[in-house]
Design a protein around this ligand. Structure first.
Ligand code: EPZ
Length: 418
């Protein structure tokens, strides 16, 4: 497991370029099993989770090349509809291959994802949705087997019990190839990554509308074509660096972003007293202000993103006064609180809400990362803290942040990875 050494307590400066979105790329890559034509997808971050997904695609028979942030898929026949638990255990998003593989092979078998450090992460909404579309499923020995019906109803409908991102992506991709049927999905997730998936599939000849609203309509087609596509910027990586500027009371420039995707964050940091300027694709954040405490509630998009919850809590840990951060999406996303406490932060968690009493300064310490975003929060805490911090189990962090050492060093942060 890698370790990250940070010497904190100094301001950041300069510019950071944001990479393509991991959470947009993963469902798009999963959907390519349904396309037997040449596909080129650009702006894909070189991250462990992406490599895991590309390994899944190669495992089922796709001809994959990944070079300079571009994935090229050549026409190739799918040779198996089975994805073992080994892949899904490494990365939950592999489960999104279940429906698309079933559309191509007639039946598919994918390991059921286990939980992770932020929660149990069940897939009951995925299964209920696929059943509503007419699929049969069998669950045994930890695997889900999906069977395509001989015929689909002409009108298909499913209202999600929760605005689940993965469920929305799985059902939208699968229904794209239910030729001759109209599928209406309601109470769907509205994240920018859902819109990116719709735009990719439509560029491949799908007929999908409504992504970004709470109802998506899919007119199934017989076949999808190839295309060239660019992945949207990673709004969570952008939010991480924007909040790093606030935590270290610095002024930095963040490039290659889409500010439409981070409106809630912009509203929050403005209310904290940060000054921002720039345009749709570049943001200049001046966090060198006396920041104001506040209360945050996470929610599905366009609410405050749960993936930035550990990071805003870290920033608030040195903002004078009492703040609170209420986690409404995952049941166990405060594992980092104890680690921040080791650095001198004063936070307590009760009923899935962190109550934060701002302290003057954090002090460097040895801490352990438990998941991607908790790890990112500890890096920011290390940059904020006086003295040296060592972050153990740092491999988690590299699943979600490309060129981490280069980007933080480029902002003047003192970071070394061993
Ligand atoms: C996606 O996960 C993201 N991952 C997560 O980012 C993100 O935190 C999450 O959406 C919420 O925005 C990817 O896009 C690869 P959900 P996903 O289905 O699709 C419950 C990161 O750090 N649920 O919207 O798994 C679930 O347990 C990751 O990049 C069910 O109960 O999220 C959770 O409490 C972490 N049954 C809530 O819904 C289901 O069948 C939201 O889950 C599905 C989900």
């Amino acid at each position: 497991m890698k370790e990250i050494y940070i010497l904190g307590g100094k301001k950041l400066k300069g510019t950071v370029k944001i990479s393509g979105s991991k959470n947009a790329a993963l469902p798009i890559l999963a959907s390519t099993v349904m396309i037997n034509k040449e596909i080129t997808i650009k702006n894909i971050p070189e991250l462990k989770d992406i490599l895991t997904m590309l390994n899944c695609l190669q495992h089922v028979g796709k001809n994959v090349n990944f070079d300079s942030n571009t994935v090229t898929l050549k026409p190739s026949n799918i040779k198996t509809g089975e994805v073992s638990y080994e892949y899904v255990n490494k990365m939950r998003a592999s489960f999104n291959l279940l429906g698309p593989l079933c559309m191509v092979c007639g039946t598919s078998k994918v390991g059921k994802p286990g939980g992770c450090n932020i929660g149990q992460r069940p897939v009951d909404f995925h299964i209920a949705g696929l059943k509503a579309l007419g699929f049969k499923y069998v669950e045994e020995h930890g695997d889900i087997t999906l069977i395509k019906p001989d015929e689909f109803d002409k009108k298909l409908y499913y209202s999600l019990p929760y605005k689940s991102v993965g469920t929305t992506e799985q059902l939208m991709s699968t229904a794209a190839l239910i030729s001759g049927s109209i599928t209406v999905l309601e109470n769907v997730a509205m994240e920018p990554e859902i819109i990116d998936l719709q735009d990719f599939l439509n560029k491949c000849g799908a007929k999908i509308s409504g992504a970004g609203t709470d109802r998506i309509t899919i007119h199934g087609v017989n076949e999808l074509s190839g295309c060239e596509y660019d992945i949207i910027p990673d709004r969570i990586e952008a939010g991480t660096y924007i909040l790093a500027a606030l935590g270290t009371r610095s002024k930095i420039e963040v490039q290659n972003i889409n500010t439409d995707h981070i409106q809630k964050l912009i509203q929050v940091i403005k209310s904290m007293g940060a000054e921002i300027s720039g345009n749709k694709n570049v943001l200049i954040i001046d966090g060198n202000k006396k920041l104001k405490n506040l209360n945050i509630v996470t929610a599905p998009y366009p609410g405050f993103p749960t993936d930035l919850q550990p990071i805003i809590s870290t920033v608030l840990s040195t903002v004078e006064g009492e703040s609170s951060v209420n986690e409404n999406v995952f049941e166990n996303r405060f594992n980092y609180i104890g680690e921040l406490g080791r650095m001198g932060a004063d936070l307590k968690v009760k009923n899935n809400c962190a109550y934060i009493n701002g302290v003057k300064k954090l002090s460097g310490a040895e801490v352990t990362a438990t998941d991607i975003r908790a790890g990112a929060a500890l890096i920011i805490a290390g940059l904020m803290a006086e003295g040296e911090s060592i972050i153990y189990d740092a491999n988690h962090i590299f699943r979600g942040y490309e060129l981490l050492e280069e980007k933080i060093s480029g902002l003047g942060g003192s970071i070394n990875i061993y």
